[in-house]
Design a protein around this ligand. Sequence first.
Ligand code: HEC
Ligand code: HEC
Length: 200
Amino acid sequence: MKGRRVAVTLVLGVVFVQVGTAADLKRAEEIVGGRCFLCHGMEGENASALYPRLAGQHAQYIARQLSDFKNGQRQSETMTSMVSDLTPGEMDALGRYFENKQPGRETVSDSELTRLGQIIFASGKAPAGVASCASCHGEKGHGTAQLPRLAGQHVPYLENRLKQGHKQARTNDSMAIHAGPLRLTELEVKAVSAYMAILQ
Ligand code: HEC
Ligand code: HEC
């Protein structure tokens, strides 16, 4: 008897979680359709290469960035006003919404540039104290729940992000480790960005 009651409770629990998830995703879709799609597209595929591609990005990473935009830890004129009314639950749902979408891929025709990028990505630049990007972001730039996926991201966005690191414009603690790229030259930033963009 007791065993059966536990089983029924478990089944009800699973049903409840699934219904909750579907409702959250519906809410996320409404928010994306209401404003985010203008720049990020309904599928996270983007209107412009200056905006980050969100398709396939990790849910937890997205949710944390949204919360950082809201509390001012990450500054962006554009994004701050987009998130001011979002609840933590909506941020989580938006993360899951975009994570489920198919990641993109870029093409870069300059193979010398991407070869230089590959070396930096895999090995860093030891004499300048720049750690291997792969050591954190993964060999293929797929990231983890806490670390952004870089594979297939737009080149101009990646370059901007790294250059913002150059200027130390960011107050976001986690981005501070990118003081490393401070010691990458302009060409090296271009090369490593091109390489990350073509990773799958
Ligand atoms: C008017 C254009 C625009 C709209 C609309 C917009 N964004 Fe953005 N988004 C940007 C830009 C530009 C950035 C890059 C900011 C930076 O340089 O740090 C960005 C960055 C982000 C990031 C960080 C991605 C990363 O890889 O670190 C997330 C997550 C995000 N937006 C989600 C959203 C969501 C969710 C909405 C809707 C609620 C939204 N955005 C609406 C332009 C927009
Ligand atoms: C010690 C671990 C570590 C190393 C080494 C590292 N990163 Fe990162 N990287 C992170 C973390 C953590 C974040 C997320 C920061 C945040 O929360 O805003 C990040 C964010 C980024 C972003 C922003 C992505 C986005 O979607 O906005 C880029 C671009 C990036 N890293 C490129 C690089 C490159 C290129 C290298 C090598 C030169 C590198 N990283 C080395 C941990 C690392």
